[in-house]
Design a protein around this ligand. Structure first.
Ligand SMILES: CC(C)(COP(=O)(O)OP(=O)(O)OC[C@H]1O[C@@H](n2cnc3c(N)ncnc32)[C@H](O)[C@@H]1OP(=O)(O)O)[C@@H](O)C(=O)NCCC(=O)NCCS
Length: 200
């Protein structure tokens, strides 16, 4: 058991956070599709194609960063800010997507990515980050609350997953307020995990 924890700590120390690249999209699609299949991340039902996700990736401009967490050359998760809407009046609002590969969940990689993404967003002058999440997504809810996201409200029965109606939570975080403890310090990319993600 101790050996396993040490191996996990070593693995997490080897993680870097960097800007995602177009050649990462195939692996990012794989990770996103795991979330679709697991049924507690999104209302999407069918796996996305790489070409669909490539179009999504390329739709991001300079003020819509996409960061990837990488371990030994493999992308293990990513976090992105997308336009909230096509309307110019919403230019300052960005929509969060964060997905960690199945085998890497629960090891604080989500927090590592989100911290760096929020810091990047602050540097870019983004004012607000919003998200929608399934109410049943316990890990997501805990992560967002830890980072100071506020619940705006709940869309009841917003989608239908495996024979049941699912509620969707809408959350937001204003970046104009003081950074929270979770918000990562400014670092030069690539960023390295500063502390082990798994405690003894
Ligand atoms: C949601 C997600 C991004 C969180 O990232 P992560 O690296 O797994 O999460 P962390 O290890 O940082 O843990 C976040 C919190 O959830 C808790 N948690 C982790 N796994 C959990 C689980 N299976 N069940 C309940 N709580 C869990 C942790 O204890 C932690 O709580 P704390 O902040 O109060 O200490 C990640 O699990 C994921 O990608 N899931 C699938 C895709 C998804 O749901 N994306 C979000 C769509 S809205």
């Amino acid at each position: 058991m101790v050996g396993m924890i040490e191996r996990e700590q070593t693995a997490v120390r080897e993680i870097i956070v960097r800007e995602a690249r177009e050649e990462d999209v195939s692996r990012m699609t794989e990770i996103y599709n795991q979330g679709i299949l697991d049924r507690h991340s999104t209302l999407e039902l069918e796996p996305h194609s790489v070409s669909y996700e490539k179009a999504w990736f390329l739709s991001h401009g300079r003020r819509e960063p996409i960061l990837a967490a990488e371990h030994r050359g493999q992308v293990i998760g990513y976090a992105a800010l997308s336009r909230f809407s096509a309307r110019r009046c919403h230019d300052h609002v960005k929509d969060l997507r964060i997905y960690i590969a199945r085998e890497w969940r629960g090891k604080r990689i989500g927090g590592l990515l989100l911290g760096h993404l929020i810091q990047t967003a602050r540097d870019l002058g983004v004012r607000k980050v919003v998200l929608s999440a399934l109410l049943s997504n316990e890990a997501g809810m805990r992560l967002y609350k830890r980072f100071g996201f506020r619940t705006v409200g709940v869309y009841e029965e917003h989608g239908y997953l495996d024979g049941e109606w699912a509620d969707m939570v809408i959350m937001e975080k204003l970046l104009t307020r003081e950074p929270s403890q979770c918000d990562a310090p400014v670092n030069n990319a690539p960023h390295r995990a500063e502390r082990p993600a798994v405690s003894g």
